[in-house]
Write a protein that binds this ligand. Structure first.
Ligand code: ARG
Length: 438
């Protein structure tokens, strides 16, 4: 019996990969009036996507004859783009729960219930793939598996465990009396608090053991934590290097939360794959990122939500003050880093603001220096590259998943049209359609 249970679990973890696996089925045909080619950043006119099962079999030109009686999704009047990808989400997080007492009320179940709703909202918003970079311990792993098994609607997920934090760091619970033991997940291994290279190595290995696709480490202080400063380093270079080497040895990528200039540079030198936030990057950090090919994932919409709405949901003054210290600089540095040629992938920190509003960030990416096409590339071809899924998502060419969205107005003219997508298809299945019934 024990052995059987072990086998069942092993089968589950294999099926965890199924979201990026194979399947076949009857052919269907998607007529696309304008198809966004995410590699060139331009449209192809009047194409037909031949979809077999979950994947695109071929991309045909205007003269292609669709067999009579075949299943057709007619988007011939619309703009069709690859499904969008958000590289920085927290599926279990809620943007209406900033009261600090909430820290003591959440359970694995409450965050999991929230994540079911959030996954659906994310998918309906046109985000057919996401990377979760920190939820309740290993919740994202289970959510990923449940979506892949077809239990729940949601995007394809690349899942991390809890963000790895130093004691007293961005991922810890701070400023309570030392007379009471308040720490996240006391005595649970792999759950996130680590000090020194050896503990970091062990934590990364534990997380891999529990099924994560990617490691998240909290290199610097943060905004939405108590008792620390976004600009201040937390993990040392040695600890970051150990984390990156251990993750890579296990075939996993690693993302570092880093607002501060020193932590950004330490993380890049340590070989970390993406810098999350990158708010206070300096010229040397920009140069290093270019040299190492490190992605920046800059959540430049959040400032509006935090300063505009979060107060009503109990956010504390300390955090609002910290946000005032990074928000504007982060946007200016987004412009600077992008113009200098740093690779950029779309990531929003969904959960800080309500899930489903992910596309609101496109407006800011364009306001701070990108063309609409470049902003969409950041959320498709570049994001797919960062999450290691280029063969599966981010493009609509033969072999890729039939993950696509459609809008009736041109997002290259007004990128904000992506805030309300009309059609969402994931793996050849239409999951939302407000367009073709017109
Ligand atoms: N999770 C991040 C932190 O707490 C959110 C930062 C949001 N602010 C911003 N300007 N991007 O540090």
């Amino acid at each position: 019996m024990r052995k059987l249970c072990g086998l069942a679990l092993a089968a589950l973890s294999v099926s965890g990969l199924a979201g990026f696996g194979q399947a076949t089925g009857p052919l269907e045909y998607v007529k696309a009036g304008k198809l966004f080619d995410s590699q060139s950043g331009t449209y192809k006119q009047n194409v037909v996507l031949v979809v077999e099962g979950e994947r695109i079999k071929s991309v045909e030109g205007a003269g292609f004859a669709i067999p009579a009686g075949a299943k057709v999704v007619d988007l011939s009047q619309d703009y069709v783009l690859p499904g969008l990808i958000d590289c920085h989400t927290h599926m279990g997080a809620r943007a209406d729960k900033y009261d600090p007492i909430n820290e003591f009320k959440e359970t694995p179940f409450s965050t999991a219930y929230a994540s079911v709703v959030n996954a659906k909202r994310t998918l309906d918003a046109g985000f057919t793939s996401i990377r979760d970079v920190g939820s309740a311990p290993f919740m994202a792993v289970d959510l990923r598996n449940a979506i892949n098994e077809g239990l729940l609607p949601g995007p394809r997920m690349v899942a991390s465990g809890p963000g790895i934090s130093i004691t007293g760091g961005h991922g810890d619970l701070n400023n309570y009396s030392p007379e009471v033991r308040v720490t996240l997940y006391p005595d649970k291994r792999g759950f996130g608090i680590a000090d020194g290279p050896e503990q970091v190595r062990q934590t990364v290995r534990e997380q891999v053991k529990y099924g994560v696709d990617v490691i998240k480490i909290l290199a610097s202080g943060g905004v939405l934590s108590k008792g620390d400063q976004p600009g201040a380093p937390q993990f040392t270079y040695e600890e970051l290097k150990m984390a990156a080497d251990t993750a890579h040895a296990a075939g996993r990528k690693i993302a570092a939360h880093a607002h501060g200039a020193q932590s950004i540079k330490d993380s890049i030198r340590a070989g970390i794959d993406s810098i999350e936030h990158a708010s206070l990057v300096d010229d040397e950090g920009i140069k290093l990122a270019k040299e190492h090919g490190t992605y920046f994932v800059m959540d430049i919409y959040d400032d509006d939500y935090i300063l505009g709405n979060a107060k009503n949901f109990g956010m504390q003054q300390e955090m609002i003050d910290k946000e005032r210290g990074v928000g504007k600089l982060q946007r200016e540095n987004f412009r600077k880093a992008f113009q200098a040629g740093v690779k950029m992938a779309f990531g929003t920190d969904a959960g800080v603001y309500p899930h489903g509003d992910n596309a609101k960030q496109f407006h800011y990416m364009v306001a701070y220096g990108m063309t609409p096409a470049q902003a969409i590339q950041a959320a498709t071809v570049s994001a797919a590259d960062l999450i290691g899924r280029s063969a599966d998502v981010g493009m609509l060419t033969a072999g890729h998943y039939a993950d696509l969205i459609a809008v009736k107005d041109d997002p290259l003219v007004r990128v904000e049209v992506l805030e309300h997508v009309g059609v969402v298809m994931k793996g050849g299945v239409v999951v939302k359609d407000e367009l073709t019934g017109r």
